[in-house]
Design a protein around this ligand. Structure first.
Ligand code: SF4
Length: 147
């Protein structure tokens, strides 16, 4: 059985980031050349579009958002938590459908971040924690690495 790996779509160069960009990681693409890769953008899967306002976890982490006790808000102050949670569940469903046991996700994102995320102040400051999708995948035993 060949390994199946979920990868943040922006790391594969897909223009799915809030600002219309990607962030292609050629070394990652090379490292995964022989691997079955499932590109995922949880924010798009949750119904958000590109371009969109940047959003940050508000002083907490993805696990707290999944538990309903923290929020993700965009720069205008709009609560976009529902889209983040829906996107996380869509990614989990894809992982289960394809038998993926590992994910390589984009660092610092409120969806894909792993170990550290922006703190909610839109000032480029970090706090410890996982993004919403990372938190849900880890709850279900999927290994998440950050790039
Ligand atoms: Fe989409 Fe995750 Fe990349 Fe953000 S970091 S654009 S949610 S794949």
């Amino acid at each position: 059985n060949e390994e199946v790996v979920l990868v943040s779509a922006c790391l594969l160069g897909q223009p799915v980031r809030y600002n219309g960009g990607g962030c292609a990681d050629p070394a990652l693409v090379l490292a995964l050349a022989e691997t079955e890769v499932i590109p995922v953008c949880p924010e798009h899967l949750g119904g958000l579009l590109t371009p969109r306002l940047p959003a940050e976890l508000q002083g907490s982490d993805g696990a707290a958002v999944l538990n309903g006790c923290a929020r993700v808000c965009d720069l205008s102050g709009a609560d976009v938590s529902a889209a983040y949670v829906a996107g996380a569940h869509a990614v989990l469903a894809l992982a289960q459908q394809h038998g993926a046991t590992r994910a390589v996700l984009k660092q610092n994102s409120p969806s894909c971040g792993c170990g550290q995320v922006y703190d909610g102040g839109f000032h480029n400051r970090m706090v410890a924690g996982d993004g919403v999708t990372t938190a849900l995948l880890r709850r279900h035993g999927i290994k998440v690495e950050s790039r």
